[in-house]
Design a protein around this ligand. Structure first.
Ligand code: GRF
Length: 242
C-alpha cells in the first residue's frame, strides 16, 4: 500500500502531532508522517518528533522579509521531502492565498471550537463567557480565509458549570487527539472528498459514553474549493481515483 507522505506543521508543544504520529505507526494507516516542520526552531514538539525518529526541520519565519519569502522556503523543504499532504497542528502563521492555493484540497487544520462558531483565538474563554452548553473541535480543509473551509470531522463536548478555560481546553484537546487521526485516515484513504455543490450528506456519528462527547464525520466535506482538473483526480489527495 502506498501511503500518503504527510508533513505536520507545528509551532508549539505538538500534542496533536503526537496523536498523528502514533496513529501512523500502524502500517495499515493510509498516511505516513514523513516530516514535522516548525516555524519555531525551539518548538517543544520538534524535539519530541525527533525522539520518535520522524524527520524534522525548522524554517524560522523571523529571518524572512515577508510571508511569501518564508513560504517559499517552506515549500522548498516540503518538496525536498516529497510531501503530498499537510496537517496543520497548532501552526501559528497565516498563509498567503498563494501557499494555500499550492496545497488546495491537500491541507487540513484543527481548530479548538465547533466551527463556524468561535473562529480565531481564545475559543474556550469566549465559549465560557457566552454560557454555551456544548463546545468542541473541528478538522477542516484549509482555504485562504482563517478557520473556514470544508469540515471533515467534529467532536462535541459538554461544557460543565464549574469549567475554567483550562478544564474545558483539556476536555476539548482529548477529543482533538481522537478526531485528527480519524480525519486524516478518512481523507488519505479517499473515503472523504470535497464535494462541490452537493447537499451535505449525513456521515456517521458515534457517542463516547465515558467522556460524554460526540464525534461526527462525513464522507463529503462540502466544498468551497473549486475543481481544477478535468481528469478524475481526487480533490483531496491529488491522486487518481480508481
Ligand atoms: C490545539 O488546541 C489546536 O486545536 C490548535 O492549536 C492547539 C495546538 O495544540 N490549532 P498542540 O500543539 O497540538 O498540543
Amino acid at each position: 500500500m502506498t501511503r500518503l507522505r504527510t508533513a505536520i506543521l507545528i509551532s508549539g508543544r505538538g500534542s496533536n502531532m503526537d496523536a498523528l504520529i502514533a496513529a501512523a505507526r500502524d502500517p495499515s494507516f493510509p498516511a505516513e508522517i514523513a516530516l514535522v516542520l516548525s516555524n519555531r526552531p525551539d518548538a517543544p514538539g520538534l524535539a519530541k518528533a525527533k525522539a520518535t525518529g520522524v524527520a524534522t526541520a525548522a524554517v524560522d519565519h523571523k529571518i524572512y522579509a515577508g510571508r511569501e519569502e518564508f513560504e517559499r522556503s517552506l515549500q522548498l523543504v516540503l518538496e525536498t521531502y516529497r510531501i503530498e499532504f499537510i496537517c496543520l497542528a497548532g501552526f501559528l502563521r497565516m498563509f498567503t492565498p498563494w501557499f494555500v492555493g499550492l496545497w488546495r484540497g491537500r491541507m487540513l487544520n484543527i481548530h479548538p471550537a465547533l466551527l463556524p462558531s468561535y473562529r480565531g483565538l481564545d475559543t474556550h474563554e469566549r465559549a465560557l463567557a457566552d454560557g454555551v452548553k456544548i463546545h468542541g473541535a473541528t478538522v477542516h480543509f484549509v482555504v485562504p480565509e482563517m478557520d473556514e473551509g470544508p469540515i471533515v470531522a467534529q467532536a462535541a463536548v459538554p461544557v460543565l458549570d464549574d469549567d475554567t478555560p483550562q478544564t474545558l481546553a483539556a476536555r476539548v484537546l482529548a477529543q482533538e487527539h481522537v478526531i485528527y487521526p480519524m480525519a486524516l485516515r478518512l481523507v488519505a484513504s479517499g473515503a472523504v472528498r470535497i464535494d462541490i455543490g452537493r447537499p451535505r450528506r449525513t456521515g456517521w456519528i458515534a457517542s463516547q459514553p465515558r467522556t460524554g462527547s460526540w464525534l461526527w464525520a462525513t464522507p463529503y466535506a462540502r466544498g468551497v474549493i473549486s475543481p481544477t482538473s478535468p481528469s478524475r483526480r481526487s480533490e483531496t489527495t491529488g491522486r487518481t481515483r480508481r
